[in-house]
Design a protein around this ligand. Structure first.
Ligand code: SF4
Length: 315
């Protein structure tokens, strides 16, 4: 697979672009995820023409449509930032991004819970950074996260799973339009989708079943929207246990009673959150290889991202 293109707040790459001339290098994003990702850096404050260093800014006013104002001299940067952001978005459309990682808490780049100050100078953590808001409104289906949230292993798993899935889907989009390609993608992703939402799994199953009745563009459009909505929903031990048991059904005839017992025990230990998901998955992968199970062999659920990222490894 080619590298996945992700937008990122420039300071997270270690570039000295912050208001104080510093950076916010994130080692995981650069050293680990960076092996699979080509970053497209965006620093709204520098790219809209402000110097380094510069006066610090914050958001003020209505949390739903705040102003971006320098803290000491009260210069209003809102119009300048909005105008620049609208133009930058047009450039970013050409980049084929599979997601964006924002710098948390920034009045320009923060994606949620950014401080907005009222007229008494008191902050409420309800704002969205000025560029982040325009970006997310323009690309509503793109996976987005901030580096702070990505320290949470569950949110990290979810985000990385989504960017890899979107990259695979983009590869389908890069081929000649064909209902068969959508069906093939769906077949390989069935259990991954089920691990996020049984409701979406059913809806997508029906959509693919009537693929011949839909204009092809509409099929692609609908499938992509529902796919990204499904994968945004978090997996849980309960949902994963359902998928693991479902997979076990494919080995009914082949597993020895000892193997069945072992697999059931491992799944139960995962259900009780004594062991991480990766342990159950590794055992299933072992049986898939041993019994050469053709359907499961193709399931992305068993290998949605490189093992070097050490995901699904938390309880
Ligand atoms: S938070 Fe955003 S605006 Fe601030 S330095 Fe980082 S990339 Fe630039």
């Amino acid at each position: 697979m080619e590298k996945i293109k992700l937008g990122i707040s420039t300071c997270l790459l270690g570039e000295n672009v912050r208001y104080d001339g510093g950076h916010k290098l994130d080692r995981f994003l650069v050293d680990t995820l960076g092996q699979y990702v080509e970053y497209v850096p965006v620093c709204p404050e520098v790219e809209c023409g402000l110097p380094i260093p510069r006066e610090a800014m914050h958001l003020e006013g209505d949390p739903d449509s705040p102003r971006l104002v320098t803290i000491r001299t009260k210069q209003d940067m809102t119009d300048r930032m909005v105008q620049w952001a609208r133009n930058r978005i047009i450039d970013l459309e050409k980049e084929d991004l599979c997601g964006f990682i924002f710098k948390s808490d920034s009045p320009s780049s923060g994606m949620e819970r950014v401080k907005v100050y009222n007229e008494k100078g008191l902050p409420v953590k309800k704002g969205v950074g000025m560029f982040a808001r325009i970006f997310m409104e323009h690309f509503p289906l793109l996976p987005v996260e901030d580096e702070g949230r990505l320290h949470d292993p569950k949110l990290r798993d979810n985000f990385i799973e989504r960017i890899f899935a979107l990259k695979r889907w983009r590869e389908v989009l890069g081929k000649k339009e064909s209902r068969g390609n959508v069906v093939d993608f769906h077949t390989r992703h069935k259990l991954l989708i089920l691990s996020h939402s049984s409701k979406h799994y059913q809806i997508m199953g029906k959509l693919v079943a009537k693929a011949k009745d839909l204009p092809i563009k509409e099929l692609y459009q609908q499938y992509q929207t529902i796919l990204m909505e499904a994968l945004e929903l978090k997996t849980t031990p309960k949902k994963n246990v359902n998928v693991l048991q479902h997979m076990m059904g494919y080995f009914k005839e082949q597993l020895s009673s000892g193997e069945k017992q072992e697999l059931l025990e491992v799944i139960d230990h995962y259900r009780q959150e004594y062991i991480p998901l990766v342990v159950s998955i590794t055992l299933v992968q072992h049986y898939v290889r041993k019994y050469d199970q053709p359907y499961l062999k193709e399931q992305v659920y068993l290998h949605p991202h490189p093992s070097e990222l050490r995901l699904r490894n938390h309880v």
